[in-house]
Design a protein around this ligand. Structure first.
Ligand code: GLU
Length: 469
């Protein structure tokens, strides 16, 4: 048997982290089993589905690297198939037309509530044949009156639901559109889904879906209902807690590798291991090791993972994602050192790619103004001579590499009889515009002599203006 899993989002908003984690689990299980992963867009709710949301889901999945083998399949393209099967169930007497008006149904529900009963459709039209001509109707599924549905959920264990608890659910609305529960069933069947991994908010739908699958003569997939994600205050994760959209994490400077590692651990574990490469996740993943309790989102841990991946992934991989952030800031990275080289020396100074781009601007363009505090402190009249001298020594270098650059700085300090800091700090502020940078030898090495000359001159002008004012 080939394992086939799916992710089936409704395109009514962005791809949120809860959905992304479900998608990840579903994807990992397929990969672990050498199976296939289907992306299905559940857009039957035409009022609430938007093209932007569809695109946002595809963008989010692509950014995370959750590639699909089949899809995206859109449910709205499959209405004919759903309707044909509804007709088949009607013909077989496994579904029926219900002509009860909304008002009538409401009245019954009110009565039930008044008697302390669970509101449910009482099966009024289940066996009636006196169908009124030309009246609107819905089609309801004939839920078996007896027996029970037993679900062996990979996460939640055995769940047993008596059929007497379930009423005859609507599978075709009066406007002729099939309902969510019916479409899911047909799709899971047609797409050969062997394992349904989805949010626990669907656990109540599962017995209904199993009954329909049985009525259609379709095989029953296995189920794994994943718990919710909570915010740090124990409430359901929502916008109040900060970013919940996957693409917001991209915008905030997270690597997809970090978010994936974070999400896989949010509810799944393998001993006390925290760091998982994608290959390891695939090899080690199992549905049965997913925890039952809800998990709380912990931004600190995500930041920690992000830092880890920025530092430890090959610079090319980081560059692939960092480039976008430089572009967002309007920095042209084709005009300067290779991004990989900048990442090589800046990686351990940042938590996010956004920060990386922000603190690396000086490699690609002239900064506009000196950091005020740093300039006040280090670009003073006493720095004039060291700057002039170090400029001469740097420009005289024939080899341009960190050792030679360091040597030029050392020689300057020695010849002036001052400590290294008296040369280094003014030079740092002159070249980078601020008092913070990686060590000067590797920083200057990524710039050209021309840039350095120009920036030292700018610092000298600043000092001169200061003397005169
Ligand atoms: N479309 C449903 C949702 O977005 C998921 C249905 C399913 O996975 O069966 O919540």
């Amino acid at each position: 048997m080939t394992v086939v899993t799916r992710f089936a989002p409704s395109p009514t908003g962005y791809l949120h982290v809860g959905g992304a984690r479900t998608a990840l689990y579903s994807w990992l299980f397929a990969k672990n089993q050498g199976g296939e992963f289907v992306l299905r867009i559940e857009d039957t709710d035409i009022e609430r589905s938007t093209d932007e949301a569809k695109q946002a889901i595809l963008d989010g999945m692509q950014w995370l690297g959750l590639t699909w083998d089949t899809g995206p399949v859109y449910q709205t393209d499959r209405f004919d198939r759903y309707k044909a099967l509804i007709q088949q169930l009607l013909d077989e007497g496994k579904a029926y037309k219900c002509f009860m008006s909304a008002e009538e149904l409401d009245a019954i529900r009110e009565q039930q509530k008044a008697h302390g009963e669970k509101p449910r459709y009482p099966g009024t039209w289940r066996d009636r044949t006196d169908h009124p001509e030309g009246q609107p109707y819905v089609v309801r599924f004939k839920t078996p009156l007896e027996g029970e549905v037993v679900i062996k959920d990979h996460i939640r264990g055995t769940i047993t639901v008596a059929n007497s608890e379930l009423d005859d659910l609507i599978i075709l609305r009066s406007d002729g559109t099939p309902t969510y529960n019916f479409c899911v069933v047909v799709d899971d069947w047609d797409m050969g889904i062997t394992h349904v991994v989805r949010g626990e908010d669907h656990v109540n739908n599962t017995p209904r879906q199993i009954n329909i699958l049985k009525a259609l003569g379709a095989p029953i997939p296995e189920y794994a209902h994943v718990s919710m994600i909570l915010g740090d205050d124990g409430k359901k994760l929502s916008k109040r807690h900060g970013a919940v959209s996957v693409m917001q994490y991209r915008d905030d400077g997270y690597l997809p590798q970090a978010l994936m590692n974070y999400l896989v651990r949010l509810g799944w574990s393998h001993g006390d291991q925290e760091i998982f490469s994608q290959q390891e996740m695939i090899e080690l993943f199992s549905l049965d090791a997913i925890g039952q309790s809800a998990s709380a989102f912990n931004t600190e841990k995500l930041i920690w993972l992000n830092q880890h991946y920025i530092k430890s992934l090959p610079a090319e991989d980081v560059a692939e994602h960092a480039k976008w952030h430089f572009e967002q800031l309007g920095i042209d990275v084709s005009n300067g050192p290779a991004l990989e080289a900048v990442i090589g020396i800046q990686a351990d100074r940042v938590k996010t790619l956004k920060e990386l781009a922000e603190i690396s601007r000086y490699f690609y363009e002239e900064y506009e103004e000196f950091d005020e505090k740093a300039a006040k402190k280090h670009l003073r009249p006493v720095a004039k001579e060291p700057l002039e001298q170090v400029k001469v020594n740097l420009l005289a270098l024939t080899d341009w590499n960190p050792e030679a650059i360091q040597q030029a700085i050392n020689t300057t300090a020695e010849s002036l009889g001052v400590g290294m800091g008296k040369v280094g700090m003014p030079l740092r502020v002159a070249v980078t515009g601020s008092g913070n940078s990686p060590s000067l030898d590797i920083t200057l090495n990524l710039l050209t002599k021309g840039q350095i000359e120009q920036r030292i001159d700018k610092a000298l002008t600043y000092i001169a203006n200061r003397e005169n004012s």
